[in-house]
Write a protein that binds this ligand. Sequence first.
Ligand code: KG4
Ligand code: ZN
Length: 354
Amino acid sequence: MVMKVLGIETSCDETAAAVVDAERRILSDVVRSQLAEHAPFGGVVPEIAARAHVEMLDGIVRRALDDAGCAIRDIDAVAATGGPGLIGGVIVGVMTAKGIAAAAGKPFVAVNHLEGHALTARLTDGTAFPYLLLLVSGGHCQLLIVEGVGRYVRLGTTIDDAVGEAFDKTAKLLGLGFPGGPAVAAMAEGGDAARFDLPRPMKGRPGCDFSFSGLKTAVRHVVDALPDGAIPREAARDLCAGFQRAAAEAICDRTSHAIRIFRSRHPGGAALVVAGGVAANTVLRALLEQTAEREGLRLVAPPPLLCTDNGAMIAWAGLERFRLGLTDGADFAPRPRWPLDESAAPAPFAGVKA
Ligand code: KG4
Ligand code: ZN
C-alpha cells in the first residue's frame, strides 16, 4: 500500500484538509475560505477565524477523507499546521489532529506552515534538494536555501512589511477590498505600469533583504495627490500596475543576489522555487522566470491554488517528515512563532514575523 497522510491547515483564514500519497498524488484537497466572515472588517479577525475553524473543521476533514475514498484506518499519519500563525486557529487544528490520531492509533505530525509552502514544489514537481526558495506570502518575505526536510539557511528577509501585506494595504488604500493581492492583480490588467514613478526598495543594495514600506508610502502619496473624491478607475488601474511591477522588480533584484550565493554554495543546485500566496501573481512569476533563466536556474512555480494556503501542502510536508521518522507526541505545543532557520538572527526591525 502506498503511504497516505491526512493534512489539516488552520493557521490563518482558510480551513483546509487534504489527503496526499507518497507517489505525489493529491487524493483530495478541500479548502474553505473565510473571506465572507472577515471582509466587513477589511482584514482577518483572529477570534472570528478561530470560531469558524471550530465550526467547519470536522466537516472538512470528513469531506477530505470521503473525496479521497478512504477511511481513517487507511491513513498512515495525521499532520496539522503547528505554527506559525494565529494561535487560536493553530490550536483548533492541532487539537483536532491529535484527537483523530489518538482515536485511530495513528502517529501525529506537527508541520511548520512555512515548511508546507517550502516543500510544495516537491509534491508538484518532485524538485530535488538543494534548491533556492523565495517565500512570499501575507506574513513572510524570505529567501532560503532548502537543503533538506527541516534544513533551511535563511539568506534574506523583510526588514518591515511582507510583500503580501503591501498588496493588501495597497488594495485597502484604493478601496479594492480584501484580500488585496488578487484584487490589485485584477485591477492592474491593461494598466500603464510606467505612469507613476514608484521606488524599487533595496534595489542594487548588497545582500538579500527586502523592504516594502517605502513603496507603500509612495503609493499613498500618489493617492493623496489625486483630486478629492473617488479615485478615477484609470488612475487606480495604472497605480496597481505600477505597484505590482515595482514589487516584482524589487523581489527579482534581491532574488538574483540570492541565486549567486546559492550557486556558490551549491554549484549543482538547479532550481529556484517560489512559494506562498503572492507566488500566485502572474507578473511576479513572469519576471522571476526571466531572472532564473538569466542566472542559470529553472523556475519551479506550483499552480496558484497550491501557492495560497491549503491542506495538501501540510499533508505533503507531514508525509515527508513521517517517512523520515519525524513524528510528534501528544505534548506538542502550538507555536505562534516558528522560523524555518532557527539560527537566523531576528529581522532588524520590530513587527516582522520572520
Ligand atoms: O500564503 P498565503 O495564502 O497566506 C499566508 O500564509 O500569509 O498568502 C496570502 C497572501 C495575501 O497577502 C494575498 O493578498 C496574497 O497572498 N496573494 C496575492 C495573490 N493571491 C494571493 N498577491 C499578489 N497576487 C496574487 N494573485
Ligand atoms: Zn501561507
